[in-house]
Structures are given as structure tokens and as C-alpha cells.
Design a protein around this ligand. Sequence first.
Ligand code: AMP
Ligand code: ZN
Length: 133
Amino acid sequence: MENCIFCKIIAGEIPSTKVYEDDDVLAFLDLTQTTKGHTLVVPKQHSRNLLAMAPDEAALLFSKIPQIANKIVKNMDAKGMNVLQNNEEIAGQSVFHTHVHLIPRYAENDGFVGKFTEHDYDLQAVADQINQK
Ligand code: AMP
Ligand code: ZN
């Protein structure tokens, strides 16, 4: 897609530091390096984000994740990994070509901050709302 920075990276028009590539996906280092080895996995076929993907496109993308994630964890000597995927601006998406963040973790204070806050919602009401027509 025109004017998509990740499509340009896939086409080789913009440089990237490649970690993995096959016919369907490209994985390259995120410029920010939130933690050492922070990698983005992108499908070669453009889509805006996960919410816009067909199930088989998403299945193909996510089928590649375990192998790439394990390679990073093993060879970077990480203790674990956060897998993060932002959809739309409110959720932190800044590049509108679907991508999965692989963030290897080394220590609690290694640079990545992910925090869940608790709320006292009526869980059944929430599930009912999700399942309404
Ligand atoms: P998100 O905020 O989830 O949309 O993530 C987009 C990510 O793309 C950010 O973490 C950026 O650091 C990263 N990014 C943007 N441009 C490039 C680039 N040219 N090469 C590598 N990473 C990039
Ligand atoms: Zn694109």
C-alpha cells in the first residue's frame, strides 16, 4: 500500500534490520529497542490491523510467532517475552500496518512497563454485552 512505511520496508525501499523472513512475514528490529531484541513481525500482505484482518490472514501471521519468539528468547538469553499487538490509536497503534511486538524480558526493570489495573465491573453484564447481537 502506498505511503505505508512497513510496506516500504517489506519492499526494501526503506532499510530494516531483519531478524526473520519468509514468503508471508518479515520480522525486523523495532527502532526503539524497548528491551534488547525488541522485534516487530509484520505480514507481507498489507492490512490496517488485527481488527481488519480475515481469519486466515491472522492465522498465518500468528502461526509464525512461536518460532520467531523462541529464537529471540533463546539466543538473546531472555527469561521470557511480552507479545503485544496494538489496534487503533487509542490502543497505541502508530503505524497502520498490522504488526506484532515481540519484547524479550530480562528483568522487572529492563525497560518495558506493562500494567493491568483492576476494576469492579459486573463480569456477567460485561460478558452479556460482548455477546449481544
Ligand atoms: P505501534 O505503536 O504498535 O504502532 O508500533 C509501531 C512501532 O514501529 C514503534 O514501536 C516504532 O518504534 C516502530 N517503527 C516505526 N518505524 C520504524 C522503522 N522504520 N524501523 C523499525 N521500527 C519502526
Ligand atoms: Zn503496509
